[in-house]
Write a new protein. Sequence first.
Length: 237
Amino acid sequence: MHRSAKRLASLLTCAAVPVLLVAGCSGSSNGKSSGDSTPSGSSSSAGNPTPTIAAAKFKKLPNPCQAFSKDTVNKMLPKVKDAAGNQAKSTDATARGACSWTSSDDQGVDGTQFRWLDVAYQRYDSAPGIGSGEKRATDFYTKQVADAKGAQGAKKVAAVPAAGTGDAATAIAYDLSKDDNDFKNTTIVARTANIVVTVNYNGAGLAGADAPNGNDLLKLAQAAAKEAVAAAAKANA
């Protein structure tokens, strides 16, 4: 009975070793277990090295409020309230950042032209057990496109590829009614390596002003998205 009990205890100890090794890998910053040798009694597969993951290409993000040139800001937002932009707070400026601008062009009896522009960056690192930075960015890119297509209250939704903008990009345009005003909305979602850039640009004619031309807004947003993507590459040069 004593010999059987010792053998049972030994088997239980060996069976638990692979689980402990996995836990050690997930908690280690370098993806390796804390021990160098394979414990006796463990299966040979427990000693296999952890598959390597390609390092993320980009390590930094640009200042989001400097994603666009001054000329671009002034062109997209006539009579912009603050050309420097309103930067959103971020708990990790190397992983995410955003900035926004607004303008109201009062045209007297002809009403007011309102414009809104924002840009958001999201960067992903490669992580063992989760995936490469590029794969994680691709997943987020897909989600951002789906969210833009499914915007609450959106009408006449149209999505087309935005060529020449990062590794992949989609332009989504739609109409939206808010407070009895008709807004023309454009969202450009682009991925460059392990960074996702999202540009939102919308406009409306207020107080009797004509609604802006949706195609004009789309062209401006696409050009701005290319600038934002270029800014990400420049920040990591």
